[in-house]
Design a protein around this ligand. Structure first.
Ligand code: ADP
Ligand code: MG
Length: 695
């Protein structure tokens, strides 16, 4: 039996009634196996004796043997509450009000002794104990014994409803006694030996009831490793990782690529060069590419996408570039038109808002192979779109796409080559999990001559200074962005919004300049016109929501003002800041924040001030927010690890990844086909959702 098969109903445990069942279900504990994996969030150290006096002086919990000297009652007669009067072995006296625990009267008659743990405070001139636990003294020990170390590490579980710590601990202990026999290990024996991992039963036991802190630390280290090993196994089993020689390798002509390079007014950066080579090598190989391209905003990923597609287009294949917003798709399409049309590449643009006639003609042309390169939004993978021979799918700003969308597009071709481009750097740990089956390319060098962006924070009350600064830049012929968290004013939130601010800025602050607005609800034609006019310098101030977060590229814009900056995630702030600093002009980013900033809000802004390194920002974001949004994989999903912590356990994750790879190489059948023992165990107890495996 493996752990996942331990589905004994909780009702088999004594003391678990209907109410407890409901409460346990709230915690996700629906059978005995799950109960064993409901790990304590912490342990209380009850190893060291703390007398009442020490507890009073030092403020720690009392943890000592006491004797009941008297019973007393207080409160109205109908709701009398027991009060135990006690003394410890140093002679200190205290009172214990026993709210809702009058039954202690019988268990602790006068003269009885018990082991007391709780908080002590002076109330009404007397030491009073609250939040306490009182238990029979450790076996064989009486009140008269000399002071010495006794007690244990007690689990502190996440609770729900009326569950109690002792109740849960008892249920866990009972499960071990009654049902945990012959538990098979689901880790390959070779790894158990390599890391001297104790038997699973013992590991689980000491996760709940460790002997000491050292054992506890070791136990959780082993458990975290196991968890990450299973995570990596799931990643390794995804289709993309499994793809074996599916097509003949092929060498492509790079004539078109060279032609485009000759037409560019600049040289590629060394990293762009390197990355294009990495991609083309993959494209020429005999298995489909799965690659993640990370490069900070403005590092020139679009060009890499175009240049890497050209050899395939020259060879007669179709390529698709998918962007998360209409605005961005449009901008890519315009760039492609400008750069690729002259090479004879047939480029098309497809979004959900295309008129029916236009859409139909694009559809037909795609199906007949009369389009080489199609650029669009997720409309590209609506069910009615067919390709003649789609070979290469490029997804820009991939973190905005859901898992299912990525899959849907991937299914359009015969497992096409896949390039995911991201300016939101994926923290190392996440890259190894959600994208663990992808190779990665990184562009670190920025195009020559870029000036660093100067970042300032400003309190809302100082906003006029910011507006003044921006005016100077506008007067010098530059342009500015103003970004707001909301499109229109909201009754429930006291925040500035784009609709209100565009009027305010136009009328009161910058009357001598042209101010316009884009956000997701502005219709496409208007959006297009505004962006064109902003690009052309006819509009000086662009008011927006985070739609300008990705991709938008106007070199003459030197100011980015983000109001209510505390409302944006770090990665979003980083992206927004990247809209400026796109030329040799000095650029500025203003993070305007509300007066009542939270601690986390302060920390966020500090991070933004301290670095422009997107990778570092992403790591900090992970620490402050957890993994959720970064990857488009919802937080509720598989990344909820029980014992491992992605922000902490990077080394362990790498180790697990390498071990999975080694196991796989030693016996590929283990993770794909065949009926090996380990494979069987993994299948019976898939530790992570199918989502992950399918990703
Ligand atoms: P991102 O990586 O953020 O998508 P873009 O592809 O939008 O960046 O590139 C930003 C700008 O830099 C574009 O105007 C592009 O033409 C320009 N660019 C790209 N590569 C270079 C280069 N090697 N030298 C100078 N400018 C470049
Ligand atoms: Mg881009």
């Amino acid at each position: 039996m493996v752990l996942g098969e331990l589905t004994v109903p909780l009702t088999r445990l004594s003391g678990v009634g209907p109410a407890a069942l409901r409460d346990l279900a709230k915690l996700g504990v629906t059978d005995c196996g799950k109960l064993l994996q409901h790990f304590p969030r912490d342990h209380v150290n009850r190893k060291d004796e703390v007398t009442l006096r020490t507890a009073l002086v030092s403020g720690v919990h009392v943890n000592t043997l006491v004797q009941v000297t008297d019973h007393d009652w207080f409160g109205p007669p109908s709701r009398r509450t027991l009060k135990l009067l006690i003394v410890d072995r140093e002679g200190t006296q205290a009172e214990i009000p026993c709210y809702h625990r009058n039954f202690l009267e019988k268990i602790y008659p006068v003269g009885a002794s018990g082991w007391l743990w709780g908080t002590v405070e002076i109330k009404f001139q007397h030491p009073q104990v609250s939040s306490f636990q009182l238990e029979p003294p450790p076996e064989g020990r009486t009140f008269g014994d000399p002071l010495e170390q006794v007690g244990k590490l007690e689990p502190l579980y996440p609770l729900a409803g009326h569950l109690t710590q002792t109740g849960l601990a008892k249920a866990v202990a009972q499960t071990f006694q009654l049902f945990v026999v012959g538990l098979e290990d689901d880790l390959p024996a070779i790894l158990i030996e390599k890391y001297r991992i104790p038997p699973l039963r013992q590991l689980l036991w000491s996760a709940h009831f460790p002997e000491n802190l050292e054992q506890r630390a070791q136990t959780y280290h082993h458990l975290a490793y196991r968890e990450l090993f299973h995570l990596q196994t799931a990643v390794r089993r995804r289709p993309l990782s499994q793809a074996v020689s599916l097509r003949p390798g092929q060498t492509f002509s790079r004539r078109l690529q060279k032609e485009l390079l000759l037409r560019l007014p600049f040289e590629l950066t060394p990293d762009q060069d390197k990355v294009i080579d990495e991609i083309v090598t993959d494209l020429e190989s005999d298995r489909p590419m799965g690659r993640l391209l990370q490069g900070d905003v403005g590092s020139g990923k679009t060009l890499v996408a175009f240049l890497s597609a050209l050899p395939l287009i020259e060879a007669g294949y179709q390529c698709a570039l998918m962007a998360p917003t209409e605005l961005l798709a449009l901008q890519h399409a315009e760039n492609a038109g400008r750069l690729l049309d002259p090479l004879g590449v047939r480029v098309a643009y497809l979004t959900g808002n295309l008129r029916a006639s236009g859409r139909n003609s694009v559809r037909e042309a795609l199906a007949e192979g009369n389009i080489d390169f199609v650029i669009g939004t997720h409309a590209l993978f609506s069910t009615d779109i067919r390709f003649k021979n789609l070979r290469y799918v490029i997804i820009d700003e991939q973190h905005r796409f859901g898992v299912s969308q990525r899959q849907a597009l991937a299914q359009k071709g015969q497992l096409p080559d896949l390039l995911l481009m991201s300016a939101t750097p994926i923290p190392r740990t996440l890259a190894l999990t959600a994208f663990g089956d992808l190779k990665t390319s990184v562009i670190r060098t920025m195009p020559l001559g870029r000036k660093p962006i100067v970042t300032h924070t400003a309190k809302q009350s100082n906003q006029t200074k910011v507006y003044e600064f921006v005016r100077h830049e506008l007067q010098a012929g530059r342009q500015a962005y103003f970004v707001y968290p909301l499109i229109e004013s909201s009754e429930s939130l006291d925040l500035k919004d784009a609709e209100t601010m565009v009027k305010y800025l136009a009328e009161n602050i910058f009357p001598e300049f042209t101010v316009a607005m884009v956000h997701s609800r502005v219709d496409d034609d208007d959006k297009k016109r505004v962006m064109e006019e902003f690009s052309a310098g006819k509009i000086q101030v662009l008011v927006a929501t985070s739609v300008v977060e990705v991709g938008v590229d106007v070199a003459n814009a030197t100011c980015m003002v983000i109001e209510h900056a505390e409302r944006f995630g770090l990665s979003a702030l980083h992206q927004l800041r990247g809209r400026v600093g796109r030329s040799t002009l000095a650029s500025f980013c203003f993070l305007v924040y509300s007066e009542n900033l939270t601690e986390v809000g302060k920390q966020r802004l500090k991070v933004m001030m301290s670095t422009t390194d997107g990778f570092q920002i992403a790591e900090e974001d992970l620490k402050l927010r957890g993994p959720g949004d970064l990857t488009g994989v919802r937080q509720s999903g598989y990344l909820k690890l029980r014992t491992a912590d992605l922000a902490r356990d990077f080394e362990l994750l790498v180790q697990a990844r390498d071990d999975v790879e080694a196991v796989f190489l030693a016996d590929p059948g283990l993770l794909t086909v065949g009926n090996s023992g380990v494979r069987r165990l993994w299948e019976k107890a898939p530790p992570f959702s199918d989502d992950l495996v399918a990703l």
